[in-house]
Structure formats: structure tokens, C-alpha cells
Write a protein that binds this ligand. Sequence first.
Ligand code: FAD
Length: 117
Amino acid sequence: KLGNATAKAELGRAAWKLIHTTFARFPDKPTKDESEALRSFVHLFQRLYPCGECAEHFGKILEKYPPQVSSRSAAAAWGCYVHNIVNKRLHKDEFDCSKIGDFYDCGCAEDGAEGKG
Ligand code: FAD
């Protein structure tokens, strides 16, 4: 099958953006239920990811590095780490994970008072 590299890359950028922004908005002190929701989200994201080759590789990464769901910072650091594993495989530059802090802004600062602003 002849793939479409542009579409695959576009999907990848959108998917990473959603993943990292979700982690950047995850609670600092999640409830058990919130942590389980994030764990499920990551596993279902892998299972349903439309690029089959990508999903397969990402599944192997998840086996080795299970999602870290104990806090926002743990989730964000984990997301950066696994994205870097994919970057390395695709011969892309490594992202400096110490710079992840404010990089992913959801544009939703106005959402309510739960310290999520
Ligand atoms: P992307 O890797 O899409 O990154 C987008 C932006 O995120 C970058 O420009 C940078 O600003 C930022 N960024 C980069 N690294 C990090 C990091 N470590 N943490 C936080 N932010 C970062 N493509 C394939 O061809 N084969 C695959 O097997 C494959 N597997 C994938 C698996 C998953 C789960 C996902 C989501 C995507 C996968 N892709 C795969 C797509 C690939 O990762 C890229 O999204 C695509 O090649 C476009 O790359 P890009 O250079 O535009 O930047």
C-alpha cells in the first residue's frame, strides 16, 4: 500500500498536540478516578490511533513505559519522554522536556475555578 506521508504527519501533529495539551491540563492532585481516566485515555488512544503502524509501535512503548498518571507534572514529563522515543525512531530532534512548562496552552484560561486556569 502506498501511504500518504503528509496526511500521516498532519495527523501526528494534531494527535501530539491533543495529548500534550491534555496532560498540561490534568490536575496536580488527581483523584483516583481521574488518574484511571487518564490511563484509560492513553491506552484507548493507542488502540484506536488511525495509523496502524504508529499504533503498533506506540503499543510497544506503552508496554515498556506505562503512562504516569499520578499528577500533571508526571503526566507531562511522561508524554514528553515517549514523544521523544518516537522522535528518535523517526530521526527527529529531541525536544528539551525541561521546556514543556507553558508550551501547551489550551486557550481555555477562562474555564472555572478549579485551579485549572
Ligand atoms: P511532531 O513530532 O508531530 O511534533 C509536533 C510538535 O510538538 C513539534 O513541532 C514540537 O513543537 C513539539 N514536540 C516535539 N517533540 C516533543 C516532545 N517530546 N514533547 C512535547 N512536545 C514535543 N509517524 C510515522 O511516520 N511513523 C510512526 O511510527 C509514528 N508513530 C506515531 C505514534 C504516535 C502515538 C503519534 C501521536 C504519532 C506518530 N507518528 C508516526 C507521527 C510523528 O510522530 C509526527 O507527528 C509526524 O512525523 C510529524 O512530525 P513533526 O516533525 O511535524 O513534529
